[in-house]
Design a protein around this ligand. Structure first.
Ligand code: SF4
Ligand code: SF4
Length: 126
């Protein structure tokens, strides 16, 4: 009898879950999401990679023909989003504020590699 009462009550209650992705979750505008370095600003200092607590950043060499003048070392940071904990330490430590931030959290993909490489390289042709 108690179970029947519980079933009846739940029939008229508002659902506790939503129909994702048809219905989207609300995200705070300052939520920490996908970020990448703007290579027109980055000076290749490696500070972000050295300070990343989850070792999610590796410094890669820029192609010779794409080296911006301010980046004498020719290095740029590539974030592995699968290792990143979105603490934004890299964003705050960058001396030239090179990181572009967003609240984008929908990063699911079939690929086993998910990095900031393409996004960063695309900043050189903007
Ligand atoms: S947000 Fe934090 S964990 Fe992610 S790359 Fe930056 S420093 Fe590393
Ligand atoms: S800390 Fe900033 S300037 Fe230095 S490598 Fe990282 S993104 Fe580039």
């Amino acid at each position: 009898m108690r179970i029947a009462g519980e079933v009846l009550r739940n029939l008229f209650r508002k659902p506790a879950t939503i129909q994702y992705p048809k219905q989207q979750t609300q995200i705070e505008p300052d939520a920490r999401g996908r970020h990448f370095a703007d290579l027109k600003k980055c000076i290749g200092c490696s500070l972000c990679a050295m300070d990343c607590p989850s070792k999610a950043i590796v410094m890669k060499k820029l192609p010779e023909d794409k080296k911006p003048p301010q980046n004498r070392r020719g290095l740029y940071p590539v974030i592995n989003y699968l290792n990143c904990i979105y603490c934004y330490r890299c964003v705050t430590i960058c001396p030239v504020k090179a990181y572009v931030t967003s609240s984008e959290y929908r990063l699911a993909t079939e690929s086993k590699v998910l990095t900031s490489e393409e996004l960063s390289l695309s900043t050189l042709s903007r």
